[in-house]
Design a protein around this ligand. Structure first.
Ligand code: N01
Length: 546
């Protein structure tokens, strides 16, 4: 199968494990496997660690989870030595944090940077993964761990003429590493998801004109970010243990507010007071205000109306305010956005909203953007048009399992796996934050740690019992997917056209394939799977030579 590849068997490096990706998941995976004494290699397309935070350098890029959640808990020295400056850190600080961890744990020496995996094939005879890179290197590994991230394959819009634009073209997910100056320029922005909403207020401060081309409006709530003062940081550091335990025991894997109180358990005046208070608190407080916002359509619509009223309170021009109001899908069915001055930016005379539902984009031209009604002259165009989420990165190269089974074939009707971690027909292949886990809905660093720990426990189990291969049984995989679909049927999450359901990628099979039961239930399910002696997996022992 790999006979045509450039390096001969003798020159291939043999390893215990190859880890693809140097984001938070890949970094921790490499660290843990090294602690276990395995020979390892990490492969990363970027020039350094950081994953999504390495690539996403767009103006305003910031984590919408608090740093006390969005950071590693596994190493006390790291927790104590690193000091966050803000409640919700900006991209440069998060990238510095990733670099700090890599330096402290000496992780870089295990990674090949500026290198992409182009093929990963299971060799049934040798029981190894044959992993080929775009530098024509080939590695053989007993275990292959995909830490490729749920949002790492950016997606251009299907708008004709993109290649014809002669101005400056920027993609949020592949932002230049040197500062971009928009001063004096007419800037266009396509896309109003979490990314576009973070970009608008920052670029509005620099540009001569900013035109925001909005197709589907998002619901956004004020982030109300805070600088962290020294006393508070000291308190956090003293109390990390409890904070981390609380995160691990929560539905989100983080210390966001949540409640067991259903919406209609309070009279209207008190509900309103709760929502007002949450809006004032900022962050995701509104999302956690009532227990049934994502399950009760009537409660959801009332919370949505509250958010729409807030837009009218902020945006002075009634027509713009109206166009910014999301309608026709449940609030929080698209990822809830947190902003720092998004709606306020539209009160600036040089910032203009173009409602592409009323005035669709026809094409991009050499000099700007043509809608059905008019041409917008632009010096620069920013694309914040999202990702081929959850499965995009894993399907962007060839992965072949047992008996030549292609992953693209296995997933042609949607991603399927057991616990989002392992699959039938793909022996010794692991996914960190895979598409059938809760990655899109949880704090991903908590999930990274949980996934890595589970994988390492399983590898230890295999070593202890002299097992050479493992894969999910078809029945365990089918049962997990049944659970995933059953839970999905209870939420309103599938009722919006989002990357959650694959609606943003033409031809992608549509549906809610991710686990929506919450982080805690998910990690309990993984623990139960391990406690059962891994009854959902089939193992093989080394066969004796004849
Ligand atoms: O992408 P999106 P994103 N013409 O898919 C529009 C995470 N994240 O990069 O909805 C016009 O949400 C599209 O319009 P529509 C977070 O999980 C986290 O913003 O298809 N518009 C939509 O408005 C988030 O959910 C942080 O009608 C077009 C936008 O592009 C995920 O990343 C920060 C178009 C894409 O929105 C993705 O967010 C940022 C077209 N042809 C992101 N094609 C944190 O803070 C697409 N669009 C951690």
């Amino acid at each position: 199968m790999y006979g045509n590849t450039p390096s001969s068997r003798e020159t291939r490096k043999r390893l215990d494990a190859v880890v693809v990706g140097a984001g938070f998941g890949g970094m921790y995976m490499v660290h843990k496997l090294r602690e276990m004494g395995l020979s390892i290699l990490g492969i990363e397309a970027g020039s350094d660690v950081g994953g999504v935070w390495y690539w996403n350098r767009y103006p305003g890029a910031r984590c919408d989870l608090m740093c006390i959640d969005y950071s590693y808990s596994f190493n006390e020295d790291i927790q104590q030595e690193w000091t966050w400056s803000e409640q919700f850190a900006a991209q440069p600080e998060i990238l510095e944090y990733a670099k700090f961890v890599a330096t402290k744990l000496k992780l870089r020496e295990h990674f090949l940077f500026d290198t992409r995996v182009v093929r990963a094939n299971w060799d049934d005879d040798q029981n190894v993964w044959i992993i080929e890179t775009d530098r024509s290197e080939i590695f053989e590994a007993t275990y292959c761990i995909m830490a490729t991230g749920p949002l790492s394959k950016p997606k251009d819009p299907e708008i004709p003429g993109l290649d014809e634009f002669e101005g400056e073209l920027y993609r949020a997910a592949k932002w230049p590493h040197t500062p971009v100056d928009f001063a004096g320029k007419r800037v266009g922005l396509i896309g109003t998801g979490s990314t576009g909403i973070q970009i608008v207020p920052v670029v509005a401060k620099q540009a001569k004109e900013l035109c925001v081309f909005q197709r589907t409006p998002s619901y956004s709530m004020p982030m109300r970010n805070d600088k962290l003062d020294a006393d508070y940081v000291a308190e956090i550091k003293r109390n990390y243990e409890g904070l981390r335990a609380a995160a691990r025991n929560s539905a989100l894997g983080g210390v966001r507010p949540s409640t067991t109180r259903p919406y209609f358990s309070l009279p209207p005046g008190q509900r309103r007071a709760v929502l007002e208070d949450c809006w004032k608190q900022g962050g995701h407080a509104v999302l956690g205000a009532f227990s049934d916002i994502l399950t009760n359509p009537e409660a959801n619509e009332q919370v949505a109306e509250f958010a729409r009223e807030k837009i009218s309170e902020i945006v002075k021009d009634p027509e713009t305010a109206e166009a910014l109001k999301p309608r026709g899908y449940p609030i929080f069915a698209r990822r809830p956005c947190l902003d720092s001055g998004y709606y306020e930016a539209f009160n600036e005379p040089h910032v203009r909203l173009v409602d592409c539902l009323k005035e669709p984009i026809d094409r991009i031209t050499e000099t700007g953007l043509q809608t059905r009604d008019q041409h917008y002259d632009l010096d620069a165009l920013i694309l914040a048009t999202g990702y081929d989420g959850l499965t995009g990165a894993l399907l962007s190269f060839e992965i072949t399992g047992r008996n030549g089974r292609k992953l693209s074939d296995k997933w042609k009707d949607g991603a399927r796996s057991y616990l989002g971690l392992v699959m039938a027909d793909f022996p010794n292949l692991f996914m960190i934050c895979g598409p059938n886990g809760p990655a899109a809905l949880s704090n991903i660093v908590t999930l990274d740690e949980q996934n890595v720990n589970w994988i390492c426990d399983l590898i230890t189990h295999m070593q202890d019992h002299e097992l050479v291969t493992m894969e999910a049984t078809q029945s365990a995989e089918d049962a997990w997917m049944e659970t995933v679909f059953e839970l999905a049927g209870r939420t309103l999450l599938a009722k919006a056209n989002t990357w959650y359901v694959g609606a943003n990628v033409e031809g992608k099979s549509r549906g809610l394939f991710m686990y929506t039961g919450g982080y805690l239930n998910y990690s309990n399910a993984c623990e139960a799977a391990a406690r059962s002696g891994y009854s959902g997996l089939s193992f093989a022992k080394q066969t004796e030579p004849a």
